[in-house]
Design a protein around this ligand. Structure first.
Ligand code: WQD
Length: 315
């Protein structure tokens, strides 16, 4: 069964391609390589012994996207392709709206044309903004999403809700918390193009001397050590949750469910830094700097719904 994976050479996309293959699906990768590169395909080959079909294209290009649907006739689409850095989105709002919302509109249009109904959407806990109460459940309100990135996810979720009937969509909206880590083989991991926006790739690149030092963005928050709290989930667990969501969709019809994908507990930025130093035995050069625009102070997930409906459903 062919599964179209947009953004499939990205951090979460590439790990999901591996787990989809392990589960017996045939992923087909679409990516414009704006935040990844072809070397990821070599990493996937090292792990799987083969490389899934790859199309280098931008999801906003309706003509090229239609051609892929014509050639491949997929059973489902998993849509990762989007820009995803909170801080960067504050500096580049128009690029974020054009890319994240524009590609969603084009993709749903082409899915409708080819009557592809099964849809897994990569959303984010940033839709919750700074929640009133923690942990957040899927019913927690979409508060102030706090950044253009967060608002693109709020809008994309609304586009799915509003187009479900006319497109006959059967959808799972997956709200990720903070994906980190790498496939145990080390052949794929998190290697964004340019200077990393996210915490863990910045830590790892500092540890190998590629970055001079890590700046911790603020230690004056109302948290135990003053730094922000996030819910860090291993990327392979997150990838497996996509397989479980796909299995769930394939057993249902005309669904639209939202799932929190996190660990269900929070850690502070400094706890992550200290854990990295402890596990790697590698000292880390870091300093405390000013807060970063767009950051919420603390958020972590209530994952009961995902545990009930998705956990362990990998076949
Ligand atoms: C985490 C914490 C920073 C870099 C991410 C994804 C987003 C969404 C949610 C998937 C914050 C601090 C960071 C650095 C730092 N996930 N930090 N120094 O902003 O929570 O969002 O998870 O959709 O797509 O981007 O993650 O890793 O950028 O920041 O102190 O150099 O680490 O201030 O408190 P964020 P992040």
């Amino acid at each position: 069964m062919k599964i179209l994976v947009t953004g499939g050479t990205g951090f979460i996309g590439s790990h999901t391609v591996v787990e989809l293959t392990n589960a017996g699906f045939e992923p087909v990768i679409l990516d414009n390589l704006s935040n990844s590169n072809r070397a990821v395909l070599d990493g996937i080959r090292e792990i799987l012994g083969k490389v899934p079909k790859f199309y280098e294209l931008d999801c906003r290009n309706e003509k090229e996207l239609s051609q892929v649907f014509e050639n491949e006739r997929p059973e489902a689409v998993i849509h990762f392709a989007a820009f995803k850095a909170v801080g960067e989105s504050v500096e580049k709002p128009l690029e974020y709206y054009d890319n994240n919302v524009g590609s969603m509109l084009t993709l749903l249009e082409v899915m409708r044309k080819y009557k592809v109904k099964n849809f897994v959407f990569s959303s984010s806990c940033t839709v919750y903004g700074q929640p009133e109460s923690l942990p957040v459940t899927e019913l927690s309100p979409d508060a102030n999403a706090a950044s253009p990135y967060g608002y693109t996810k709020v809008m994309c979720e609304q586009i799915i809700r509003d187009s479900s009937k006319v497109c006959g969509l059967n959808s799972a909206i997956l709200r990720y918390f903070n994906p980190i880590g790498a496939h145990p083989s080390g052949h794929i991991g998190e290697l964004p193009n340019g200077i990393p926006n996210n915490l863990v790739p910045f830590i790892t690149q500092t540890a190998i001397g590629k970055r001079q030092k890590l700046t911790v963005f603020g230690d004056d928050y109302s948290t135990p050590d003053g730094t922000c709290i996030r819910d860090f989930i291993h990327v392979v667990d997150l990838a497996k949750a996509h397989v479980a969501a796909l299995h769930w969709l394939l057993k249902n019809d005309n669904q639209l469910e939202v799932f929190n994908l996190g660990q269900g507990k929070g850690n502070t930025v400094l706890e992550v830094v200290k854990a990295f130093v402890k596990v790697s035995g590698q000292n880390l050069n870091y300093e405390i700097g000013p807060r970063r625009a767009g950051d919420v102070e603390q958020i972590w997930a209530n994952v009961e719904k995902s545990e009930k409906m998705l956990a362990g459903k990998l076949n």
